[in-house]
Design a protein around this ligand. Structure first.
Ligand code: CP3
Length: 349
């Protein structure tokens, strides 16, 4: 195996299947409420979506964590639900509750989504990317992203987050043709969205499938693997060379087929997946990313040290990107994040 040290661009090197030591690190949701400077900018706008749609402020909050922690990647500040918003669905973020959408429950509601208008709202994200990339050193790529069609569809059908995505599964079982139209629409608009992010300067992409874990085997094939494969194929056809990280959270044993069958260049692992299994079954196929428990980063202390050491011992001898197993939590102490970056970069001294 190729060993690169020091690397010109640690994250892109790993995505090209190289082993980089120390491994690159970035954190999902690295821009956010745990940072006082984020809360300050957030206080300037009434709604969370206004922040996503304001390229100047969105670029600023994208760069904030990079200034503090020197992560190996930036991720554009936006949200996966900007896609339903761009399609004309009513989307709002309610303080203390999360996203609330006007539910899409039938064929008529799916047909009323406006594919042609979608480009307009998404243009703000491309401008954010253009602004951010002028500020980044060559060694730090910007990651563009979208939600996977399944996960975005669950929010669109349920009208928000839910504990088991039962409404979305019910629609998929009882009206598969209608659900498929929604998924196909999301594949199409998300593929364009990712391509435009690459054009604007994104050098890697991540597909967040946060609710992949609620699908049974056949549903996982049809609603997670197949649409993701289509998305990846479109990206590979139109922007060859742009690596894609897939994050099928909660996929459990399905993750192995996801890594084989979707065409992703790397797979994000969640907190529940055993390190030995990740190494043997996933890292043998593609570079892996993950999977520290975000709650352990809140806790800090000796338990954090132990777990970081265990993750590095299991995975850092192959192509590996250090990350959390899910997004960083708002009550994470800033100095625990600094400590984590130090542990990964400089060791345990
Ligand atoms: O990683 C980054 O720094 C980039 C920004 C980013 C956000 N959301 C900003 C955000 C990214 C990559 C996302 C992805 C996202 N959004 C996912 C997939 C990852 C995951 O967490 O599973 C999902 C499911 C969403 C939908 C979403 N957005 C929810 C459920 C919520 C409410 C929960 C919460 O944390 O408040 C959001 C809001 C949101 N997205 C915030 C941020 C910083 C907080 C809102 C605020 O600051 O007022």
């Amino acid at each position: 195996m190729l060993r690169v040290q020091p690397s010109e661009n640690p994250l892109l090197s790993v995505l090209a299947r190289k082993t980089v030591s120390p491994p690159p690190i970035w954190l999902m949701r690295q821009a956010g409420r745990y940072l006082p400077e984020y809360r300050e900018v957030r206080g300037k706008v009434a709604n969370f979506l206004d922040l996503c749609l304001n390229p100047k402020l969105a670029a600023e909050v994208t760069l904030q964590p990079l200034r503090r922690f020197q992560f190996d990647a930036a991720i554009v500040f936006s949200d996966i639900l900007i896609v339903p918003y761009a399609l004309g669905q009513k989307v709002e973020f309610v303080e203390g509750e999360g996203p609330r959408l006007e539910p899409v429950k039938d064929g008529k509601a799916v047909a009323s989504l406006d594919r042609k208008a979608a480009g307009k709202a998404l243009a703000a994200v491309y401008e954010t990317i253009e602004r951010v990339v002028t500020e980044l050193p060559k060694t730090v790529p910007l990651i563009g992203f979208c939600g996977a069609p399944w996960t975005v569809a669950t929010y669109m059908v349920e009208g928000g987050g839910s504990k088991d995505q039962a409404e979305a599964r019910l629609l998929a079982y009882s009206a598969p043709a209608t659900f498929e139209r929604l998924i196909d629409l999301l594949v199409d608009v998300s593929a364009d969205y990712l391509m435009q992010q690459v054009k604007a300067g994104a050098r890697a992409l991540q597909i967040f499938d946060s609710w992949a874990g609620s699908l049974p085997e056949d549903g996982f094939d049809r609603w997670c693997i197949a649409p993701t494969r289509q998305l990846v194929e479109r990206v590979k056809a139109e922007a060859p060379g742009t690596p894609v990280i897939g994050f099928p959270r909660g996929a459990g044993l399905h993750a192995e087929r996801y890594a084989r069958e979707t065409g992703v260049d790397a797979i994000g692992c969640d907190t529940s997946q055993p390190l030995g299994w990740i190494k043997d079954r996933l890292q043998a196929l593609v570079p892996v990313q993950g999977n520290l428990d975000p709650v352990l980063l809140v806790a800090g202390g000796a338990a954090l040290n132990r777990r970081v050491r265990a993750i590095l011992a299991a995975l850092a001898s192959g192509p590996f990107i250090f990350n959390l197993g899910h997004g960083i939590l708002p009550d994470t102490p800033v100095d625990h994040v600094a400590r984590l970056v130090h542990l990964v970069r400089a060791g345990f001294a």
